[in-house]
Write a protein that binds this ligand. Structure first.
Ligand code: ADP
Ligand code: MG
Length: 225
């Protein structure tokens, strides 16, 4: 089964008087439990690829299929629901909320939805622990955590709703090699354990041995690396 498919996707951005082609006829399918790495220089279109896959940006042409549903055929509201239910996103900048503890970062969404907070708290703690965040860190706020620990919270938060697709943008760029390697290990592990279709983009060609497939992005075109 395909968890995520991009079919002949082209995306342009406004650029002065004209348009800049960020994605040029990109096709990609990702199966559950598969970890795909996309490498490429800065400006080649990697973040644009993730934004389209996440249905945050609408392509100019082509199709994005998430969990069997074609995103372009949905209303804005249906697309938002599809994204919430199926897509976990880990951005390069840890966009954690400064005033919330690690556990609360995961629970914030659950609160908004009015779910069972006590059960959610137990599940959040278990997920943080499985992401390698020691128990004594769960009550800390972002500024009291290291960069590597913040990335672990980010990853746990993205996984909390049980997404089928996990999109990760340059997760190791702010980390030293050793911490970066541990975060890559974690991403490979969660891909197997949670069965997510994971797309990881990076400009760092090291640490790619964990990926099932490596693709290269050059000027908006995607090809086997
Ligand atoms: P990468 O993540 O590989 O660095 P991006 O997807 O961010 O690449 O950018 C691809 C190209 O699209 C770049 O030339 C970038 O300047 C341009 N671009 C990205 N986002 C926007 C935007 N919102 N508006 C205009 N141009 C953009
Ligand atoms: Mg980028």
């Amino acid at each position: 089964m395909t968890a995520l498919a991009l079919e002949d996707v082209t995306l342009t951005h406004p650029d002065g008087d004209g348009r800049l082609t960020a994605l040029d006829a990109v096709s990609l399918t990702v199966a559950p439990g598969e970890l795909i790495a996309v490498v490429g220089p800065s400006g080649s279109g990697k973040s644009s690829l993730l934004a389209v896959a996440a249905t945050l940006l609408r392509p100019d042409s082509g199709r994005v299929v998430l969990a069997g549903r074609s995103a372009g055929e949905l209303t804005e509201r249906e697309r938002t629901r599809l994204r919430r239910e199926h897509v976990g996103i880990v951005f390069q900048q840890s966009n954690l909320l400064p005033s919330l503890t690690a556990v609360e970062q995961l629970l914030a969404v659950e609160h908004l939805r009015g779910g069972d907070v006590r059960a959610a708290r137990i599940r959040a703690a278990a997920l943080l622990a499985s992401a390698g965040l020691a128990g004594d860190r769960h009550g800390r706020r972002p500024h009291q955590l290291s960069g590597g620990e913040r990335q672990r919270v980010n990853i746990a938060r993205a996984l909390f709703p049980g997404p089928s697709v996990l999109l990760v943008d340059e997760p190791t760029s702010a980390l030293d090699h050793e911490r970066g390697a541990r975060v890559m290990d974690l991403l490979a592990e969660v891909t197997r354990e949670h069965g997510t279709a994971t797309v990881l983009v990076t400009h760092d060609r090291e640490l790619l041995d964990r990926a099932d497939r490596v693709l290269a992005m050059t000027d908006g075109r995607l090809a086997p690396a």
